[in-house]
Write a protein that binds this ligand. Structure first.
Ligand code: HEM
Length: 456
């Protein structure tokens, strides 16, 4: 157990645990059940001991806002992110301080609303191909929706990043990226980590996949740099073309590589997992599915690839997506390392400890969400005056908040709306009887077993 370099004046209550191990085992066994208990038992902040570290979970939306937004300068990425660096390098997700600020400034324009409109066409085209493939399947067999959605979100993120340069190489590249992500996740969750230079089979697979990814990305960057006639509107072109307003500098090749891999990692599994939860919820709520289908059919008509603009007029699809992200936020917990003591209300988060903010917990707080376990897209319906029901802005944070708000939030919402509306326009979705679906919070909040559905 580390020693804290200052003692809080008013300690937050310590949740009882085992000698030495603290709360590690119960957190590993069933973190969501623990979150539930903590929410009921404590008021503002609770002190946990997990993995040999002192961790302080904040329970109120106001305090979440304090940590992630108001006093964000007191916090940096927690040590958990170091493992991800072997895969992501120094990209937006893993970097901090001035370096992160500069990268964020350079990357932000690529995610501007107008830029996303150009990417929407790619999303619609890829989704239409995916639906064609789904039509060919034998529908008397259940579809592994979790896997099918991983495949399509992978294609979408690769195509939006690299445009036509990825054609013919998509399968190899996406498999290599997937291998990198899988191995990094395994390493993050494993209690024993051998040095990466040891030639274990897993490390060799990781190295080979890394070489393939790097040679592809660096090859595309070089080719585009030498070809000035080349006009692209994919994410890589945006990242490569943006100059720092103050210094006129652009991203180095290494930074471009790190940001591309980061966008891939942050953007593909989160969206796939969230879409799989959405389909599961729809199989349990046929009336919501029917209303969603009616909206999609009316607005999109039957053109194979509806114009991207049409997707703006799908308010109910957006409500369904938002409510699904409330119940199953893929980023179910966020952690930060405190630089200095941070007094919050009656307690203090001590320097050197970890602050935890859990969207899962805040999204199920009965003080903000009456009957929180119920799936009800009406929670996000505008009221009669056209405004959204008033609630604390940090009672709902599937995409985080403050300066480190998910840069891809609009990208993800647009992608989910397109996938959902085009899918339900074509198919009805039915549950597979006796399927047990339980959440399994690893790095993202996945279902324990793949979600399977019948399509008709
Ligand atoms: C449903 C889908 C998604 C969810 C729930 C999600 C959630 C989040 C959350 C909660 C954070 C903040 C983490 C923290 O503060 O510790 C984050 C950061 C990030 N996300 Fe997303 N994300 C999603 C999709 C995407 C997509 C599609 C992209 C890119 C195309 C993306 C790129 C990023 C990046 C680069 C960061 C780091 C931003 C920074 O620190 O400056 N995400 N995401």
């Amino acid at each position: 157990m580390e020693t804290l370099n200052s003692s809080p004046t008013r300690p937050a209550p310590l949740h009882p645990g085992l000698p030495m191990l603290g709360n590690t085992l119960s957190f590993l066994r069933d973190p969501l059940a623990i979150l539930n208990t903590l929410q009921k038992r404590y008021d503002r902040i609770v002190h946990l001991r997990i993995g040999g570290r002192h961790q302080y979970l904040v329970l109120q939306p106001d305090d979440a806002r304090h940590v992630i937004q108001e006093n964000h300068r007191n916090y940096v990425r927690s040590p958990a992110f170091n493992v991800l660096k072997i895969f992501l390098g120094n990209g937006l997700l893993t970097s901090d301080g001035d370096f992160w600020r500069r990268q964020r400034r350079l990357a932000q324009p690529a995610f501007h609303r107008q830029r996303l409109a150009a990417l929407a066409q790619t999303m619609v085209d890829e989704t239409a191909d995916w639906i064609d493939d789904l039509r060919q399947l034998n529908h008397s067999q259940p579809l592994n929706a979790s896997q099918a959605l991983m495949d399509v979100t992978m294609r979408i993120v690769c195509k939006t990043l690299f445009g036509s340069d990825v054609i013919g190489k998509l399968d190899g590249l996406s498999m290599a990226l997937d291998t990198l992500q899988f191995q990094a996740n395994q390493r993050m969750l494993s209690p024993i980590r051998f040095p990466m230079r040891w030639p274990t089979p897993a490390h060799q697979r990781f190295r080979r996949a890394g070489e393939l990814v790097d040679s592809f990305i660096y090859g595309v960057i070089n080719q585009r740099r030498n070809d000035h006639t080349d006009q692209r509107d994919d994410l890589l072109a945006m990242l490569q073309g943006t100059e720092d307003e103050d210094t006129g500098e652009r991203m180095s090749d290494q930074q471009l590589r790190d940001e591309c891999v980061t966008i891939f990692a942050a953007g593909h599994e989160t969206t796939a997992v969230s879409m799989a939860w959405t389909l599961h919820l729809l199989t349990e709520h046929p009336a919501v599915l029917a209303r969603l289908q009616a909206e999609a059919k009316t607005v999109l008509g039957d053109k194979r690839t509806p114009p991207p603009d049409a997707f703006r007029a799908l308010p109910y699809a957006m409500q369904v997506v938002q409510e699904s992200l409330r119940l199953y936020p893929p980023a179910w917990i966020m952690s930060r390392l405190a630089i200095a003591d941070d007094p919050i209300g009656p307690h203090t988060i001590p320097a050197g400890s970890t602050a935890l903010v859990s969207p899962y917990l805040l999204h199920r707080d009965p003080a903000s969400w009456p009957d929180p376990e119920r799936f009800d897209p009406e929670r996000f319906a505008p009221n009669t005056s056209g405004t959204l029901p008033s609630r604390h802005s940090y009672a709902y944070l599937p995409f985080g908040g403050g300066p480190r708000l998910c840069i891809g939030n609009q990208f993800a919402l647009m992608e989910m709306q397109i996938l959902l509306a085009m899918l339900v326009r074509t198919f009805s979705i039915f549950p597979v009887p006796n399927q047990r679906i339980n959440p399994h919070p690893l790095i993202t909040l996945r279902p324990k077993n793949p979600i399977c559905v019948y399509l008709k």
